[in-house]
Ligand binder design. Structure first.
Ligand code: ADP
Ligand code: MG
Length: 300
């Protein structure tokens, strides 16, 4: 595109909340055949909430909540914030509980799996099945049942183990954005295939995919894995866009032909992207591609 065409298109984009960082992104976006979407915070609203809690051992709900709060209070993950908020509420219901929770030592973050620490003489793990497997914590059939019942409803389960044994779990819900389904279906009518990549588990990812009409899912991927998926699709000859909001999406945003960041996302993602969707509305994925198609057809 000519510098003038790029300037005009960028101006139109900006007025609609689509920030295009230069002519290259604008030129590439019209060729996009596949769009890879991150799940959490991109297809979903990104404000997870705990919808249920269950006891899975002899420990009381009070102990379960205390342990979960103590460890998760040290985590920045949105799931951690949801667990802490809910556990605090439950704790208040016990009335007798003091405001302070016990201190944690040896706090550790397990990327894409959860967190751990020592609370008094208790070793506590809070996270997904992968974390429990990695730390040799057995998952009882009762726990498996709770997990599968919730994952099929697109919820993510947070397991809590105390001294090597599952003590209980929380189920976390993060609803899809209201426009998600409409956008995926419209992209489809434009000849564009949509894909999900997520660090979350398969069952939850598939449930979300079904909800929005996406049939290709790559779950339990770390940041490098997300970028590898983008490269894999590119190697099949496709021009690929990536839409994401997190630090963990930035390698994939860079790898993609066109990286699009959700405006409400992390600075790292916004930095890594070629296009920023200021309003955080998925409709603007279409706005961006449309603008590119119109600009490119006008000049050829
Ligand atoms: P994504 O943002 O793509 O969903 P993450 O890599 O941030 O992926 O997390 C992957 C999974 O790891 C989460 O779905 C959750 O099961 C687990 N997890 C990560 N951090 C925590 C945490 N602080 N507490 C509980 N679970 C966690
Ligand atoms: Mg995300």
């Amino acid at each position: 595109a000519t510098p003038t065409a790029v300037m005009v298109a960028s101006g139109i984009g900006a007025s609609q909340g689509v920030l295009i960082k230069g002519g290259d992104a604008l030129e590439k976006a019209h060729k996009v055949k596949t769009i890879v979407f991150d799940k959490t915070g991109t297809l979903t609203i990104g404000k997870p909430e705990v919808v249920s809690a269950v006891l899975l051992s002899e420990f009381s709900m009070e102990v379960l909540c205390d342990m979960a709060i103590s460890v998760e209070a040290n985590s920045e993950h949105p799931i951690a914030k949801a667990v802490v908020a809910h556990a605090k509420k439950l704790r208040k219901n016990f009335g007798s509980c003091p405001e302070e929770v016990p201190d944690v030592v040896d706090f550790e973050v397990h990327m894409g799996a959860g967190v751990s620490g020592k609370v008094g003489d208790r070793t506590v793990l809070v996270g997904n099945k992968r974390l429990m497997h990695a730390c040799n914590v057995k998952i009882s059939s009762e726990a498996e049942k709770y997990i599968s019942e919730n994952e099929i409803l697109a919820r993510t389960c947070v397991l809590v183990s105390i001294n090597g044994k599952i003590a209980g779990a929380f189920s976390v819900s993060d609803p899809v954005k209201p426009e998600a389904k409409r956008v995926i279906s419209f992209l489809h009518s434009m000849g564009i295939t949509s894909v999900i990549v997520t660090g979350d588990n398969h069952a939850t990812a598939i449930a979300i995919a079904n909800e929005v009409g996406i049939d290709q899912v790559f779950a339990e991927t770390d940041p490098v894995g997300k970028a590898d998926k983008v490269k894999e699709l590119q190697m099949r000859g496709m021009s690929v866009a990536m839409v994401g909001d997190g630090i963990n999406d930035s390698p994939a945003l860079v790898a993609a032909d066109v990286g699009m960041a959700i405006g409400a996302g992390t600075d790292v993602a916004i930095e890594a992207a070629d296009i920023v969707l200021i309003k955080s509305n998925l409709e603007d994925v279409i706005t961006a591609i449309d603008l590119s198609r119109k600009t490119m057809s006008r000049i050829r």
